[in-house]
Design a protein around this ligand. Structure first.
Ligand SMILES: Nc1nc2c(ncn2[C@@H]2O[C@H](COP(=O)(O)OP(=O)(O)OP(=O)(O)O)[C@@H](O)[C@H]2O)c(=O)[nH]1
Ligand SMILES: [Mg+2]
Length: 296
C-alpha cells in the first residue's frame, strides 16, 4: 500500500512574483485572483490540491514588503501568523529578475521557522534562456541550505506536476484534512468579491489598485429562478478615484461589470445579474474601523 500524505504548504515572496498564479496552476482552478499590479493578494487563500498520493493545502499569501499603511502592516502580520503553522514554505523568486534585498530580507525571516521545511521556487522559468535560468538557480541555492530548489512556469505548465509531487513527499503521513472534492475553503461570497476586484484592477494605475476593495450587500437566486442576483460595492478612498473607476459615461464600470460577470458565471455555472455601485470610504487603508468593515 502506498502512503497518503496531507499537510500545509505556503508560498511567500515579494509582491508580483507569481505566487497566486502558481497556486491556481497547482489547484487547476482559479482560487486566487492575479494581476500585474503588486500586492494583489490581501488574504491567506487556501487552495486544495488532490492527488492519489496525497492532499496539499496551499496557502497563498500577500507579497511581503515594507509596509507604508496600516493595511500593509496587517498583511505582513497575517503572513507571519500563517507561516508558523506550515509543513513546508516555498519562497518564490522570479527567474527574470536579479536577486535583490527584498528576497534576502524574506529569506532571513524564514530562519525563525525552524520546524518548517524550506523550498526555493524559481518562478516564470519560461521567460528566460536556459543559461540565465541556471544562473538564477545557482544564486538562489546559495541563499541557504534548501530542501529543494525547483524552477517552474505557471504559464507553460513546466514542472507544475513535479512541484506538487515534491511537496507531497515532504508532508507528514495523514488522511486527507479536507474533503477530496474541495478546491478551496474560500466562501462563494469571497470568491465573487475577488473576481470583481480583479476586473477593477485592470487598467488602473499608481495608488488606485491599493485603494480598491469590494463588498457584497446581497446575493441570491431571483424569485422566478431565472437569474442569480448580485449587488456589490466597489470601494475607493477618494472622490477623485470614483470618477476613474466609473469612467466617461460609465464606460469603465461597464467593462468591469461585464468582465467580472463572465468569470462569476463560470464559477457559478449559471446566468448572473451583477449590479455594482462605486462608493467612497475615506482613506480606508489607514482607518482601523474601515478596515474592519471591509474585512481586514
Ligand atoms: N510569464 C509568466 N508570467 C507569470 C507567471 N506566473 C505569474 N506571472 C505573471 O506575474 C504577474 C503577477 O502574478 P501573481 O500571481 O498575481 O503574483 P503574486 O506573487 O501573487 O502577487 P501579489 O499577490 O501581489 O503578491 C501576473 O501578471 C502574472 O500573469 C509565469 O509562470 N510566467
Ligand atoms: Mg497574489
Amino acid at each position: 500500500m502506498t502512503t497518503f500524505r496531507s499537510g500545509f504548504v505556503s508560498f511567500v515572496g515579494r509582491p508580483n512574483v507569481g505566487k497566486s498564479t502558481l497556486t491556481n496552476a497547482l489547484v487547476g482552478e482559479k482560487v486566487a485572483i492575479t494581476s500585474a499590479k503588486p500586492q494583489t493578494t490581501r488574504r491567506a487563500i487556501r487552495g486544495i490540491v488532490n492527488r492519489d498520493s496525497g492532499q496539499l493545502i496551499l496557502v497563498d499569501t500577500p507579497g511581503l514588503h515594507r509596509p507604508r499603511t496600516l493595511l500593509g502592516e496587517r498583511l505582513n502580520d497575517l503572513v507571519d501568523t500563517t507561516l508558523a503553522g506550515m509543513d513546508v514554505i516555498g519562497l518564490c523568486i522570479p527567474a527574470n529578475e536579479r536577486l535583490g534585498p527584498g528576497d534576502a530580507f524574506i529569506n532571513d525571516q524564514l530562519s525563525k521557522y525552524r520546524r518548517v521545511k524550506l523550498v526555493a521556487i524559481v518562478t516564470k522559468s519560461e521567460t528566460v534562456s536556459r543559461d540565465r535560468l541556471a544562473e538564477q538557480l545557482q544564486a538562489v541555492s546559495e541563499l541557504r541550505d534548501w530542501v529543494a530548489v525547483i524552477p517552474v512556469s505557471a504559464v507553460s505548465g513546466e514542472q507544475i506536476a513535479e512541484l506538487a509531487e515534491l511537496f507531497i513527499e515532504l508532508l507528514p503521513e495523514s488522511e486527507a484534512l479536507y474533503p477530496t472534492d474541495m478546491s478551496t475553503d474560500e466562501s462563494l461570497e469571497q470568491r465573487i468579491c475577488e473576481l470583481i476586484r480583479e476586473a477593477a484592477l485592470e487598467g488602473v494605475h499608481d495608488e488606485l489598485p491599493h485603494s480598491l476593495a469590494v463588498t457584497i450587500d446581497e446575493m441570491g437566486e431571483r424569485e422566478d429562478g431565472s437569474l442569480y442576483d448580485i449587488h456589490a460595492n466597489v470601494w475607493v478612498e477618494r472622490d477623485s478615484q470614483k470618477g476613474i473607476i466609473i469612467g466617461k459615461g460609465g464606460s469603465r464600470l461597464k467593462e468591469v461589470g461585464s468582465k467580472s460577470r463572465k468569470e462569476i458565471e463560470l464559477l457559478l455555472g449559471r446566468k448572473v445579474f451583477l449590479g455594482i455601485r462605486v462608493k467612497v470610504a475615506q482613506d480606508w487603508q489607514k482607518d482601523p474601523k474601515a478596515l474592519g468593515r471591509l474585512g481586514f
